[in-house]
Design a protein around this ligand. Structure first.
Ligand SMILES: NC(=O)c1ccc[n+]([C@@H]2O[C@H](COP(=O)([O-])OP(=O)(O)OC[C@H]3O[C@@H](n4cnc5c(N)ncnc54)[C@H](O)[C@@H]3O)[C@@H](O)[C@H]2O)c1
Length: 247
């Protein structure tokens, strides 16, 4: 099944970037939503150069009105979304006692409320078509917790809860909703935490059974399967991509 319209949030970089390239490579029409509009456009241009079809749009996923407007454009240009991948996110690290109400709300907005808004705004398209695939990128920290990431882990745990509820509510419409909680994946986001001294990559590799850091393409391959027709009996699940660190 190709030629489906896919929306990938945070699709200009890292995991979302690899997912956008992979889905386009598999024949889907990809709309990249990213707060960095220039990066979204150049990611889409690269896909187009490689023979795929993509469009990049400047969208801040904390702004529901902006998401709704961008989805209208997607419907007009690429068709109704059949696939939604929520990958936009931010870490917002802080020791618990230093988390302010504003930074707490900011983490919930970018990681959790954005997922709520995107899902609510594309589900009617999927219901009408009787088919849909949603993949929410959470975090392996939902398995284990992570010191200094109270707001982040809480928001990503909310994404897991929402994933399960949506799977139950929309399964009868041919729609599956799953979450990938990635482990350490080599992206600009991870590199920032390494540079700030929060993450020691070698130490993490030592704790990882497969003995390496993850690649964005590892998450993209799992996503490609979850959005396939043949993954129709998998819904409400957490499919870890973490080299065996969490089981
Ligand atoms: N890299 C890892 O090790 C890792 C581990 C666990 C979970 N994750 C999750 O994977 C997802 C992707 O992370 P990544 O590592 O690829 O990071 P990244 O920083 O490379 O990419 C994130 C993208 O999201 C975009 N973005 C941020 N805020 C946005 C907003 N308000 N609106 C629209 N776009 C926005 C950024 O511009 C960027 O292009 C995130 O949700 C992250 O929490 C990553």
């Amino acid at each position: 099944m190709t030629g489906r319209t896919a929306v990938v949030t945070g699709g200009a970089s890292g995991i979302g970037g690899a997912i956008s390239r992979r889905l386009a490579n598999d024949g889907d029409l990809v709309a990249i939503f990213d707060i960095n509009g220039a990066a979204a456009e150049s990611a889409a241009a690269e896909i187009t150069q490689d023979g795929g079809k993509a469009t990049g749009l400047a969208v801040d996923v904390t702004d529901r009105t902006a998401i709704a407007a961008a989805l209208d454009e997607v419907r007009a240009v690429l068709g109704r979304p059949a696939i939604l991948v929520n990958s936009a996110g931010a870490t917002l690290a802080s020791p618990f006692l230093d988390i302010t109400r504003d930074s707490w709300q900011a983490a919930l907005a970018v990681n959790l409320t954005s997922t709520f808004d995107c899902c609510q705004l594309v589900l009617p398209d999927m219901i009408d078509e009787g088919w849909g695939r949603i993949v929410n990128i959470s975090s392996s920290s939902v398995h284990s917790g992570s010191p200094g990431l109270g707001a982040y882990v809480t928001s990503k745990s909310g994404v897991v809860g929402l994933t399960k509820v949506l799977a139950l509510e929309f399964g009868r419409h041919g729609i599956t909703v799953n979450s990938i909680p990635p482990g350490f994946i080599d992206t600009p986001m991870l590199r920032k935490t390494v540079d700030s001294g929060m993450v020691d990559v070698d130490a993490q590799i030592g704790k990882t059974p497969v003995g390496r850091i993850g690649r964005p393409e590892d998450v993209a391959a799992t996503t490609a399967f979850l959005v396939s027709d043949e993954a129709g009996y998998i819904t409400g699940q957490l499919i870890g991509v973490n080299g065996g660190r969490n089981t």
